[in-house]
Design a protein around this ligand. Structure first.
Ligand SMILES: [Cu+2]
Length: 247
């Protein structure tokens, strides 16, 4: 029902001689109820496009960084009260073992997502994770995915293969809908972010000192902000050619 307040009608209704006489308390209660209905609910304006650009201290753009905006519990300042819903994919998210690599190398999924790990190579793999967010170890034969993993805890899951040392992949399990991987220009862009304070987390596989955590204020007046993180150069890795033994 849409409530429309017409003062003249309200006064006429209050004064109506056809109604049973009302007590002062009843009239006051009616006025309080109507006044409450007239106060707009507290809403947070949303920033249509909120952009963050990740770089190192020299200003070099950093791609493949996972940027997360989480509702802040720490700040005393205005914070969006209604957490936006996480959209959990209806079907398992696929991370292939292909050309003796995890493809994609970095996968961002919400808490509650399921992940399958099909082996699309002609050689077997044996995948594992020792990460607290999800631990497992199983052999994956050609063309199959023996398990579908349910990811019920946020955090970083590092994937490895017991057979191929160089294989490494990451699943970033997030508890916020505002999570994205930075593009070649180090940029992420979130749509419709309610204004307020957030916890900003930035994870990169080559970070020297773990996840970058900071407080950040999202506002229309500051809809593009820079984030500086510290990463080490990529480690050299040896991937031997596929041998006749099909290793
Ligand atoms: Cu392997």
């Amino acid at each position: 029902m849409v409530f429309r307040f017409v003062p003249e009608e309200f006064l006429r209704w209050l004064q109506s001689s056809q109604r049973a006489p009302r007590t002062g308390v009843q009239v006051l209660a009616t006025i309080v109820v109507i006044a409450a209905a007239l106060v707009p609910p507290t809403t947070f304006a949303a920033v249509p496009q909120f952009r963050l650009v990740v770089s190192d201290a020299r200003g070099v753009a950093i791609p493949d960084a996972v940027v997360m905006l989480r509702v802040s519990e720490i700040s005393g300042k205005t914070t969006p009260t209604s957490r936006p819903r996480l959209a959990v994919p209806a079907t398992p998210v696929v991370i292939q073992q292909l050309d003796r690599e995890f493809v994609p190398r970095i996968t961002v999924v919400p808490v509650g997502a399921r992940v399958s790990l099909p082996n699309n190579d002609a050689v077997p793999h044996s995948v594992y994770s020792f990460s607290p967010a999800k631990q497992f170890e199983f052999d994956v034969y050609v063309g199959s995915s023996p398990q579908v993993l349910m990811l019920d805890k946020s955090g970083i899951i590092t994937l490895g293969c017991n057979i191929h040392d160089w294989m490494v992949g990451y699943i970033v399990v997030v508890d916020t809908p505002f999570a994205q991987t930075s593009d070649a220009r180090g940029t992420v862009s979130f749509a419709n972010v309610p204004e307020g304070d957030y916890e900003l987390r930035v994870w990169h596989s080559q970070q020297r000192a773990g996840e970058h955590v900071a407080q950040i204020s999202v506002a229309e007046a500051a809809r593009s902000q820079a984030v500086v993180i510290d990463i080490a150069p990529p480690r050299a890795r040896y991937k031997p050619p596929l041998t006749l033994k099909r290793y």
